[in-house]
Design a protein around this ligand. Structure first.
Ligand SMILES: [Zn+2]
Length: 163
């Protein structure tokens, strides 16, 4: 198929791509910027409590198609699992490293847990400056400790007296 040229809706850069991809932006960043605020079809949409409840009730009891299935019992799960492990084993060391770095930066969960909120409140009330979800490292894998709370404390301990 022949590639076409089009103008990115955000930055107006000229991009070439296959028409079947139906792209409107040069990259995901431009798309995100464009759909912020009043360009977003959901802009100004407010969900009422009732609306949320209706949807919540509708989704309750819905069973995901792959629930309880394993690669031993289901062909589709097996194919999917094989595809993933193949892709993973083909990944270069550089690719693995990129993911490691990205994971350190990722904040998960996206919202603070109750204990985090409590700790952060104590710190704020006492006028302590802190960095929430400060990543600290475990070994060469560069894993982020799941106890982000401990991370805050650790960061504080490490930095006490430095100023
Ligand atoms: Zn662009």
């Amino acid at each position: 198929m022949v590639k076409i040229t089009f103008k990115c809706k955000q930055c107006k850069k000229i991009v070439t791509d296959y028409p079947s991809n139906k792209k409107e932006f040069c990259n995901i960043k431009c798309r995100n910027i464009y759909y912020k605020g009043n360009n977003n079809p959901n802009y100004g949409n407010k969900w009422t409590k009732e609306k949320k409840q209706t949807l919540s009730n509708k989704l309750k009891g819905r069973i995901p198609w792959n629930k309880g299935l394993t690669k031993e019992t289901d062909e589709r799960v097996k194919r999917h699992a094989e595809a993933i492990s193949k892709a993973n084993s083909n990944m270069s060391e550089e690719g693995r490293n990129n993911i490691r770095i990205a994971r350190i930066k990722a904040i998960f969960p996206h919202t603070n847990t109750t204990i985090e909120i409590k700790t952060q409140k104590i710190l704020k009330d006492n006028g302590v400056l802190f960095v929430p979800h400060y990543p600290f490292y475990q070994g060469k894998q560069g894993k982020k400790n799941c106890l982000a709370n401990l991370g805050i404390l650790f960061y504080l301990i490490q930095n006490v007296g430095k100023n």
